[in-house]
Design a protein around this ligand. Sequence first.
Ligand code: NAI
Length: 523
Amino acid sequence: MDGLAGLARGSVVAVIGSGAMGAGIAQIAAASGHEVRLFDTREGAAATAVLEIGKVYGKLVEKGRMSELEASLARERLKTVASLGEVAGAAIVIEAIVENLEAKRKLFAELEGIVDERCILATNTSSISVTAIAAPLKHPERLVGMHFFNPVPLMALVEVISGLATDESLANTVFATAQAWGKEPVHAKSTPGFIVNRVARPYYAEALRLLQEGASDAATLDAVMREGGGFRMGPFELMDLIGHDVNFSVTQSVHAAYYGDGRFTPSVVQQELVNAGFLGRKTGRGFYRYGEGAAKPVVQAESAQPRPNTVAISIPREVKTSILTPMEARLAAAGFSVAHREPLHGVEKNEAPALHCNGAAIYLTDGRSATERAAANGHANTVVYDLLFDHAKATRIALARADQCSIDAWQAAVGLFQAAGFEVTRFDDVPGMAVMRTVAMLANEAADAVNQGVCSARAVDIAMQKGVNYPRGPLAWADAIGLHHVVTVLANLGATYGEDRYRVSPLLRRKLAANPAEPRFHA
Ligand code: NAI
């Protein structure tokens, strides 16, 4: 969409609702050269917001991010209005009032009688159908979703949402306008959760299941997701920050909107937190405790084991690119000369590439538990490890041990990864572990969103990086893991749990069929 024209600089942007979102939108619109008119029904709210925005500009000047002149011009361009009638000359009206369909419909109906016919009507709704908001309007084609993320000045993503009636040229104008405001917009169809609030569901859901199944405790799972998975915040600390009431209600609404699709089933663990009023940071307690005297959470790590002398790798003949290659590089960097040997017996010939160390066979998780894999292979000493985002930089790795695995073989595996510079965390033997299971499910949801025409593969990857700070877009990440492996993980989870939740997206299967040698989402 590059190169399309956005709204002219200097044109009037009206913002309705001066809460957290409206104030942020007004701030960036005025800083980007627009005349801004801010309206709020609550007495004095808009004026307070304008004062606060003025202070923010002052801080940006101190930090050298804005000149004195730019700040004073932006302040001059930003004005409150006392009645809705005063937004008559606006080129766009952006609504950021309460999240309520009737309130929004009422506002837009009123606005239709005020603004001229070329004015774009935009809603910042995060969960209501844009189609439904537009439906009663005389001109539903001029209503479009412009979904900013909180805090608006810091989060780059804007989801530009088209309802069924939305005029695509207006969506393009809004897209280009967001770009001109320094944002990273993506187009999406009006569907429950749009892109981010839908595709992010597994980030919380899989973590809640891992906790429920006793894989580990919240602090340890968070540490693995951060230090191994490369996520900025672990799922439990993030849910505590968002607030369990808010996070749970988004999950419930997406679940209900998709008519109870098992993919989105809410967690009884989170329901109990809400029942207890343990809503997270804001109430001083969620998964963690906050405030003075709160104990620092302890992250589980294995005690130091001796460095093994040798490690070998076996790669079945038909495997062309080994998913163990980056791990091999990490081990080599730690001074191990990793011998390549022929797969010895039937099992090794059929299985995925494995590291061999003092009798232990160590695999990247494929969605089966280590115990199940050990039984299938007839090799008791089986250990699996979790996916890493960046093998060179990861500081922590999670391992799981088959119930049949000997203590010697387990300790050899722990010693190997410790010698390679990892803190080693042991998970109880849950299928798919944490990072792998989460990323596979994020990619699956992203693939479904693309398959259902909600957005493009490029858009979903941008959205998850810019809207929730994932270290990599889920589809690019699936490409990096290998789509065959991602599908194997999902299929194994599906077989283990017998739940529709883990069904593989048709688009993933289609990619494998179209290009079995090198299936990819991105060229
Ligand atoms: P808020 O509660 O901080 O602010 C809403 C403001 O709108 C209040 O100042 C209220 O007085 C005013 N208001 C209510 N009805 C009005 C009306 N009919 N006319 C004029 N002003 C009215 O809410 P917040 O968080 O700023 O959210 C606003 C909208 O943005 C909601 O639709 C929300 O779903 C959406 N949103 C919120 C995000 C968030 O993280 N808070 C993220 C993305 C979207």
